[in-house]
Design a protein around this ligand. Sequence first.
Ligand code: URA
Length: 234
Amino acid sequence: MERLDKILASTGRWSRREVKELVRAGRVTVNGLPAQSSEDKADRDTVDIRVDEVPVSVTQYTYLMLNKPAGLVSATEDPREKTVLSLLPEHLRKIGLFPAGRLDKDTVGLLLLTNDGHLAHDLLVPKKHVEKTYLVRVEGSLERSDVDAFRVGLTLSDGYTCLPAELELLGECEALVTLREGKYHQIKRMCAARGKPVVFLKRLTFGTLTLDETLAPGEWRELKKEEVEGLRGK
Ligand code: URA
């Protein structure tokens, strides 16, 4: 059980003093009843807190799915470049969210933002081999021999041999690529090893999560409970 002011302040939207004022003004309800004091205690995992009748998400961790646009870096801060966090409203930039994994500046699509370090670690640790699927477009034409080379395990220009990956041809220069690892610029380097430079790259899935195609580039939404459970392997 935690104090109401602590729970609401942890959303980044109000200070503890502002919560006190909201409660005094009768704008906060807890499980359907007006809050009596900002010091009231509640269990943030089960409580229904509303401010001005609008439900407030107060779970310990936040999980967002972002449809990353091109031109932003997958970082929390950068001395020169705009980061993906710049797409979020101010209160969500104050609660320790970070991108779970990186997409290159010019790569678009599914990016998970969370402040749950344990889950992010579990998804990113190499030995878990979490699958990621990308839509890729290349210069030149993709062939059966490329599919076979991806399946066997491509050797990159630095000598690294990739784990077997799937290349599913969609058209002459377009394919789905599924990886079970995530090395630096991996797909670009894999395609370069076949002499077919990448011209467009979009991530569609990350583990059990699939990009919500109703999100326009730059848009985001909170994950649904089932989506978080899926990522946790439940
Ligand atoms: N592979 C790449 O080359 N770039 C990405 O952003 C992701 C996978």
